[in-house]
Design a protein around this ligand. Structure first.
Ligand code: M6R
Length: 361
């Protein structure tokens, strides 16, 4: 039931702070240690390589997962698009472990990969929002995303839930030497503050995107991965042709597409690459781009259009905060998509040509 909301998507966007809190309660004990079944953590730690397999938004969450597995837990990880990997795989390791990420648990492309790796005798874990789904039943292990039913075709809270559970896995693989609890709790609070400001995003959508025919999201490191998700979110419900790009790659060709007034949205949550992304944005502005910056307080400039609260980090969890900071920018990009779709008079929850769960290959 949508309750007071005009669309499920808005309801689901607003549920995200509580999704994080539910997951913190369910996956961590009082000492903030991860309570996931030891057998799963052992498989992940003993694997020569971890493969994360997914499609669409779940693929984009996987890209963040890879960074966390590598940077927080020092585990070599590879992300694969399910529809490609099913028919074109190279798995040289004797003991790989497979993680399937799927909101619905029914995505045919991912099921095809699961069958392929099971035939080779490899083990797997499914993270899904639907506990009795096919991928949950067919994998060796399964963990729930606990986001509650996601009805809108555009996935929002499942993305946040996936990144949160992947962060727990990273902490557990790092033998609980780091803690994701404090940053995640702080992010949930910051998300609530961001959600108080919806009119701002509605106005930005109107100013930058509602009348646009093409748009770009750019960023570096985790912000580049979020740029992919932001672009998918915008194009699938607003039909504005949008690309997500690693900011530094733009000048190697794509810059040719920038014209007067092309919206270019820079995502800046990563201190290490913040200024580099800004100079890439300036290159687009010099070609007439209509530039919008979404930055966290820590790296923001006073004139930025969106300044998000930063999450403070004790020195020892700075790596974790860097990895998770994109969750703050997730709400703005979801809201920009929502209000662009709304402003263009479209059915936000049921975009043309798409189904919630993709059960064909
Ligand atoms: O149920 P899954 O997570 O496996 O679905 C994967 C994609 O079909 C899905 O994320 C799709 O890209 C969404 N419409 C994106 O908003």
């Amino acid at each position: 039931d949508k309750g007071i909301y005009p669309y499920y998507m808005l309801k689901e966007i607003e549920e995200q702070p509580n999704v994080i809190r539910t997951l913190l309660n369910e996956y961590l004990d009082d000492a903030k240690q991860v309570t996931i079944d030891d057998a799963i953590i052992r498989e992940l730690k003993q694997a020569d390589r971890i493969y994360i397999v997914a499609a669409g938004t779940s693929y984009h969450a996987s890209l963040i997962g890879k960074r966390m597995f590598e940077k927080i837990a020092n585990r070599p990880t590879q992300v694969e698009i399910a529809s490609e990997f099913a028919y074109d795989s190279y798995i040289p390791e004797a003991n790989p472990f497979f993680v399937f990420l799927s909101q619905s648990g029914e995505t045919a492309d991912s099921r095809e990969v699961l069958q392929m790796i099971e035939a080779k005798g490899f083990k797997s874990l499914t993270l899904t929002n639907v506990p009795n789904s096919t991928l949950a039943r067919e994998a060796t292990y399964a963990l729930p995303l606990l986001a509650g039913p996601e009805i809108a075709v555009a996935s929002t809270k499942a993305y946040t839930a996936q990144i949160t559970v992947l962060a727990f896995l990273a902490q557990a693989m790092a033998d609980n030497r780091v803690s994701v609890a404090h940053p995640l709790a702080a992010i949930a609070v910051a998300m609530e503050a961001i959600l108080q400001d919806k009119e701002h995003y509605e106005a930005l959508a109107k100013d930058y995107l509602v009348d646009a025919s093409s748009a770009f999201y750019i960023g570096r490191a985790n912000d580049a991965e979020l740029a992919l998700e932001a672009a998918l979110k915008l194009k699938e419900i607003s039909y504005v042709h949008t690309e997500g790009f690693a900011a530094g790659e733009l000048k190697h060709g794509t810059l040719a597409l920038i014209e007067d007034n092309t919206p270019v949205i820079a995502l800046i949550t990563q201190p290490k690459t913040a200024e580099l992304t800004r100079s890439n944005l300036a290159e687009t502005q010099a070609r007439g781009a209509h530039a919008l910056v979404i930055a966290t307080e820590q790296v923001a400039h006073a004139e930025d259009q969106v300044i998000l609260p930063s999450v403070d980090s004790a020195d020892d969890d700075a790596v974790v905060v860097d990895q998770l900071a994109i969750l703050l920018a997730t709400i703005p990009v979801q809201l920009l998509s929502y209000y662009t779709s709304l402003g263009r008079g479209l059915d936000v929850d049921r975009p043309r040509n798409l189904a919630k769960s993709v059960t064909v290959q």
